[in-house]
Design a protein around this ligand. Structure first.
Ligand SMILES: C[S@@+](CC[C@H](N)C(=O)[O-])C[C@H]1O[C@@H](n2cnc3c(N)ncnc32)[C@H](O)[C@@H]1O
Length: 300
């Protein structure tokens, strides 16, 4: 199938560009057209496998990808939550299919992200050691240029039950640009001078370093329901503020409970597209979006 060429002028009006992209995704491939299950002027959600949706995107269209892929750690272990022993299993989607199959899965979606990102675009991938080294290897293999690896330190991480090794209390986020020679966007000033009271490591008016101290999501962030691997909004707000500007289109192939989308609406003037295979997490995201929208209308 011949891919449509996207002209530079198309980027001028971000509302039109966003609508055009969503309708392009629906028409591209024609047979078994894919439509968003939820769509507003700045938010589109697909209840589909991300690969199915991404293969319909035109080339070079997305400004930033944030991906929190399955960690492949749901293998019947135990952890501690609120003083209780609970299974580590997050869901069927999080089970490892073995090293090679997991690597192939990551290679497929990261390759598609590369194709759909603008040359100046960047990608963020989060994970623990179960997946992040595979993703980091693939980013390098596929020709991305790594800008940073961020350590998200969780001061309130759960204790270790076995007492036979260290307590896992961080995740790693890799930030990479698509093209080594392209100029990527970084809001240096707001990272240095912004206000980050939730982070005990960030000193006022000093450069933002690569270790971020942020608690896991509070119960207020779970008021509409829980996602088993929900990211804190403060983490996503920081990422979006640092690496996107007004009018940018942000894509999250693994929407989960919609943290990326909700943070992009909170930052404002961003467009968001998310894919999620589980309808209950799509519904959770819609509830959060509608509540935020109502609050923003009240305050405007
Ligand atoms: C690690 S979670 C993302 C959590 C999210 N960052 C949040 O803060 O809520 C990964 C999500 O991807 C979904 N998922 C797994 N495989 C998928 C696929 N191939 N396409 C779309 N979604 C998928 C799972 O259902 C799960 O909700």
């Amino acid at each position: 199938m011949k891919k449509k060429v996207v002209r530079e002028n198309d980027y001028l009006n971000s509302d039109k560009v966003f609508d055009k992209l969503v309708s392009y995704i629906s028409k591209n491939g024609v047979q078994n057209a894919i439509f968003p299950i939820f769509k507003t002027k700045d938010f589109a959600l697909y209840n589909n496998d991300c690969l199915e949706v991404m293969t319909r995107f035109p080339d070079n269209y997305i400004d930033m990808v944030f991906a929190d892929p399955p960690y492949m750690l749901s293998n019947n272990g135990f952890t501690c939550q609120n003083g209780r022993m609970v299974s580590v299993n997050k869901g069927k989607w999080d089970k490892s299919k073995g090293f090679e199959q997991d690597l192939n899965f990551h290679e497929e979606w990261i390759s598609e992200c590369k194709r759909i990102l603008k040359p100046s675009g960047t990608i963020w991938i989060s994970g623990t050691y179960h997946s992040i080294y595979q993703c980091g290897y693939l980013l390098q293999k596929l020709g991305f240029h790594i800008l940073n690896d961020i350590t998200w330190f969780k001061p309130n991480a759960s204790p270790n039950l076995s007492c036979r090794f260290f307590t896992a209390s961080h995740e790693t986020l890799i930030w990479a640009r698509k093209d080594k020679n392209a100029k990527h966007y970084f809001d240096y000033k707001s990272m240095k001078e912004g206000h980050f009271p939730e982070d005990q490591l960030k000193k006022e008016k000093s450069q933002m370093r690569s270790v971020w101290s942020l608690n896991t999501p509070s119960s207020a962030e779970k008021e509409f329901g829980k996602h088993p691997t929900q990211k804190p909004l403060a983490l996503l707000r920081r990422i979006i503020k640092a690496s996107t500007k007004d009018g940018d289109i942000i894509f999250d192939p693994f929407n989960g409970g919609g943290t990326t989308g909700i943070a992009s609406v909170q930052i404002s003037n961003r467009k968001y597209i998310g894919c999620e295979i589980d309808l209950k997490f799509i519904n959770l995201t819609i509830k959060k979006y509608q509540s935020l929208n109502m609050t923003q209308k009240l305050f405007n």
